[in-house]
Design a binder for this molecule. Structure first.
Ligand SMILES: NC(=O)c1ccc[n+]([C@@H]2O[C@H](COP(=O)([O-])OP(=O)(O)OC[C@H]3O[C@@H](n4cnc5c(N)ncnc54)[C@H](O)[C@@H]3O)[C@@H](O)[C@H]2O)c1
Length: 294
């Protein structure tokens, strides 16, 4: 079907119903790359987008977990592939984009979600560990964003048929953290990387706005994933004491925000970080400690 016809039919008016049908058909072609998609928040994003009918690319450095994640997608209207990628390696990033385009032909949304945390403050953190955290959490997001944004700009430049009537909704979402703005001294490199990721978001949002490409980030508080597995007992009680909602988030509560940011309802949001933190950013006092297992 000609893209130009699609644009006209989705305009409000007597053809609105056909427009809706065509919009749903178009949704079925939308492609999302999710780095670190094999586990935790990334897997929850993969499950949500798959359920919503997207073509999902689960990109992870852990090949075995990525292929297991395909089995964990559940029922949904989408399609999915798993691709091995270490986001800190430029060649691996190049191959991921090439494989996605060869399989699905387009990229509508990129979710830079892969992340690691290595403990240590300025007095004891090894420079190699500092570099490693920045290489994955910040440089990796830059490498992939650069490659995907180039492709998105080319797509828009070649999209003469649409003539600006119905621009494709293209966006990049960076999985930041509450620690982009609230510091943990013993996670120095992690805090620095996430702070940088927010500024990568802002700078790219302004740069790509003239093309209509949106760039946003999500700042989760504490989320029940492997990354949080070591936080138990007193440490978990401390998390609860800093969280007005009194519990950690489930990964699908973050995935829902990613789905919103990628969708048409977020068409005027760019250069934003949405903190999904149970109220932690707003807190000005310590909460009474609740059930440490919640
Ligand atoms: N869990 C939390 O409480 C929390 C809070 C705030 C922000 N975040 C952020 O959310 C993102 C996901 O966290 P999570 O808790 O789901 O983590 P997780 O450890 O459960 O999963 C991370 C995934 O990323 C993959 N990965 C790691 N390094 C990679 C690399 N170099 N290339 C490709 N894949 C790589 C891992 O194999 C894994 O599948 C991270 O960026 C993290 O910083 C998490």
């Amino acid at each position: 079907m000609a893209q130009g016809l699609y644009c006209d039919l989705t305009a409000p008016g007597p053809l609105g119903m056909f427009g809706q049908i065509l919009k749903e058909a178009d949704m079925a072609n939308k492609t999302v790359i999710i780095t670190g998609g094999a586990r935790g928040i990334g897997l929850a994003c993969a499950q949500r987008f798959f359920k919503d009918g997207w073509r999902v690319v689960i990109a992870d450095r852990d090949e075995h977990a990525a292929s297991e994640a395909l089995d964990a997608l559940g029922s949904g209207a989408g399609k999915a592939i798993a691709v091995h990628c270490d986001v800190s390696d430029p060649l691996s990033v190049h191959n991921l984009v090439a494989e996605t385009l060869s399989e699905y032909g387009r990229i509508d949304t990129l979710i830079n979600n892969a992340g690691i945390a290595i403990t240590g403050g300025s007095l004891e953190l090894d420079v190699k560990d500092f570099d490693r955290v920045l290489a994955v959490n910040l440089r990796g997001a830059f490498l992939l964003s650069k490659a995907v944004a180039k492709h998105m700009v080319e797509t828009l430049d070649n999209d003469d048929d649409r003539s600006g009537l119905s621009m494709p909704n293209l966006s990049i979402i960076n999985m930041s953290s509450i620690n982009a703005r609230m510091a943990l001294p013993d996670y120095l490199a992690y805090c620095v990387a996430k702070g940088g990721l927010n500024q990568l978001t802002n700078a790219m949002a302004i740069e790509l706005a003239p093309h209509g490409i949106r760039v946003n980030s999500i700042g989760p508080g504490s989320v029940k994933t492997d990354m949080l597995a070591g936080v138990a007992g007193d440490a978990l009680a401390m998390v609860h004491s800093r969280t007005p909602l009194g519990r950690v988030a489930q990964p699908d509560e973050i995935a829902g925000v990613a789905a919103f940011l990628a969708g048409d309802d977020a068409s005027y949001i760019t250069g934003e970080c949405i903190y999904v933190d149970g109220g932690r950013s707003a807190l000005n006092y310590i909460m009474k400690s609740g059930d440490a297992d919640a």
